[in-house]
Write a protein that binds this ligand. Structure first.
Ligand SMILES: *Cc1c(COP(=O)(O)O)cnc(C)c1O
Length: 427
C-alpha cells in the first residue's frame, strides 16, 4: 500500500500505542521525530497537505492513510508525533488553540463532574471554568494551596474527576509540586492535567512527574515565533486517547495543515530557543534583583525563589525558563512608564516567542479579575511581566535596567513637582 506522506497512521489499539517512545536526546527528537522524508519525492521537509479530502479506491478504502482532514491530516499527524516525542508521551492531539485543547480535555475527562484547580490560573482557562464549564454540568473549586489541602478537598468533593494545575503560574511564577499532587490524586482515582505552556517541554515534562495529561498553548514556546495560534495535549493512556480523540474529531476545533506545518518547523529549534530564553531571563532577573528600584522579583531560576527546591526537582537542570515578573517601586505609574520606555522589549500580550515582550498584568492580561482577588494572588498594579526572547543578554539587561531607572525617576519627579523638597535626590 502506498503511503501518501510520512509514517502511516496506526489506528490506536489497546495493544499498541500510537507513538513509540523515542529515547534519543531532546534536540535529536525535536528535529527528527515525526519528520520523515517524503516517500514519493524524497523531499526532506514535508509538503503542506492542503487537500481537505483524500481519494479512495473502493467505498471507505482510501488510497493512503487519510480520508478527511478534520479526522486526520498528514501535517497534524507529524506535528502530534513530534510533540509526543518531546513530552515522553504515547499520544498527542493538536487543536486550533490552547483554549480549544483545554476545553476539549475538560469535556472528555470531567463531564458532569467536579474539578479542583489552582487559583492563579491563566485568564482564559479561569473564564472557561467559571462561565462555561457549569453549562456542561462541571463545577470547579479553586485553591491557592493545593499541595496542602488537596486530600481534604478530594474527601469533601467525592465527584472530583480532574485536577488542573499550571506550574509556574501566570504571572507570579508560583510553582506546584506535580508529583506530590499526582500521588494524592491517584489515591482517589483522579486524573491530573498540567498546563506546561510557561516552561515548554524542554524545561519540564509533567508526565515524568506523575501527571496524566500535559497541555500546551502551542502559540507560545512550542511554535515560538508569535505567528501561529494552536494548542496540544499529550498523555500515555489509551483510554484517555479514546475520549479526547473522539471529541477532537466530533467537535472539530482542529488546527489547519499550514499552522501544523509552521508549528512543527518552530518546534525543531525549541531546545535552542528555550536555553537562550532561560539564560536571558536569568541575567535579567539577577539585574532586577540587584536594583534598588525593584521590590520583588519572581523567577524560579533565582535562589531567592521561595520554591526553588521544586524547580530543581522538576525543571531540567533547575532551569528557570524565559518568564519572570517583578514589582517596580513607584506603583502603577512606574509600571506603565517602564513599558513605554523599553526599546528592546515590546509592550504586548502573549509570551514564548523569539522576541522579548513586557506587559502589566493588572491592566492587561488579568484586568478582568477583581482587584482584591488579584492582589490576593500577588498581582499588584506595580507588577510587570517579562517574556525574555532570544536576543543578546546584554541588550536585554541594559534595556530593562535603563527603563526601570528612568521610570522610577520620572514618577518621583512627577510626584515631587509642587512639593517643597524634591523627592528624588540621587546623583
Ligand atoms: C496562552 C495560554 C493559554 C491559551 O492558549 P491560546 O493558544 O491563546 O488559546 C493557556 N494557558 C496558558 C498558560 C497560556 O499562556
Amino acid at each position: 500500500m502506498m503511503t501518501v506522506l510520512g509514517a502511516p497512521i496506526t489506528p490506536p489499539s489497546e495493544s499498541e500505542p500510537r507513538f513509540q517512545r523515542d529515547h534519543r536526546g531532546f534536540g535529536t527528537r525535536a528535529v527528527q521525530a515525526g519528520a520523515p522524508h517524503d516517500p514519493v519525492t524524497g523531499a526532506v521537509i514535508e509538503p503542506i497537505s492542503l487537500s481537505t479530502t483524500y481519494a479512495q479506491t473502493h467505498l471507505g478504502k482510501p488510497i493512503g492513510e487519510f480520508e478527511y482532514t478534520r479526522s486526520a491530516n498528514p501535517n497534524r499527524h507529524n506535528f502530534e508525533h513530534a510533540v509526543a516525542a518531546l513530552e515522553n508521551a504515547h499520544y498527542a492531539l493538536a487543536f486550533s488553540s490552547g483554549l480549544a485543547a483545554m476545553a476539549t480535555t475538560l469535556q472528555a475527562l470531567a463531564t458532569g463532574a467536579h474539578v479542583i484547580s489552582i487559583a492563579d490560573l491563566y485568564g482564559g482557562t479561569h473564564r472557561y471554568f467559571t462561565k462555561i464549564a457549569s453549562a456542561h454540568g462541571i463545577s470547579v473549586t479553586f485553591t491557592g494551596t493545593i499541595e496542602i489541602n488537596l486530600r481534604e478537598l478530594l474527601k469533601a468533593h467525592p465527584a472530583t474527576k480532574l485536577i488542573w494545575i499550571e506550574t509556574p503560574s501566570n504571572p507570579t511564577l508560583t510553582l506546584v509540586d506535580i508529583q506530590a499532587v499526582a500521588d494524592i490524586a491517584h489515591e482517589f482515582n483522579v486524573k491530573v492535567v498540567v498546563d506546561n505552556t510557561f516552561l515548554s517541554p524542554y524545561v519540564q515534562n509533567p508526565l515524568d512527574h506523575g501527571a496524566d495529561v500535559v497541555m500546551h498553548s502551542v502559540t507560545k514556546y512550542i511554535n515560538g515565533h508569535s505567528d501561529v495560534l494552536m494548542g496540544v495535549v499529550a498523555f500515555n493512556d489509551a483510554e484517555v486517547n479514546e475520549k479526547i480523540s473522539f471529541l477532537q474529531n466530533a467537535i472539530g476545533s482542529v488546527p489547519s495543515a499550514f499552522d501544523c506545518w509552521l508549528a512543527h518547523r518552530g518546534l525543531k529549534t525549541l531546545h535552542l530557543r528555550a536555553k537562550a530564553a532561560t539564560e536571558n531571563a536569568a541575567a535579567v532577573a539577577a539585574a532586577l534583583e540587584a536594583s534598588e528600584h525593584v521590590s520583588l522579583v519572581n523567577y524560579p531560576g533565582l535562589e531567592s525563589h521561595p520554591q526553588r527546591k521544586i524547580a530543581v526537582k522538576q525543571h531540567r537542570k533547575g532551569m528557570g525558563g524565559g518568564m519572570l515578573s517583578f514589582r517596580i517601586k513607584g506603583g502603577k505609574a512606574a509600571a506603565e512608564r517602564f513599558c513605554q520606555l523599553t526599546k528592546v522589549f515590546t509592550l504586548a500580550e502573549s509570551l514564548g516567542g523569539v522576541e522579548s515582550l513586557c506587559e502589566v498584568p493588572a491592566a492587561m492580561t488579568h484586568a478582568g479579575i477583581p482587584k482584591e482577588a488579584r492582589e490576593a494572588t500577588g498581582i499588584f498594579d506595580d507588577l510587570i511581566r517579562l517574556s525574555c526572547g532570544i536576543e543578546e543578554s546584554e541588550d536585554l539587561v541594559e534595556d530593562v535596567v535603563t527603563a526601570v531607572n528612568n521610570a522610577v525617576l520620572f514618577v518621583e519627579k512627577e510626584q515631587g513637582s509642587g512639593a517643597s523638597t524634591p523627592a528624588f535626590t540621587e546623583a
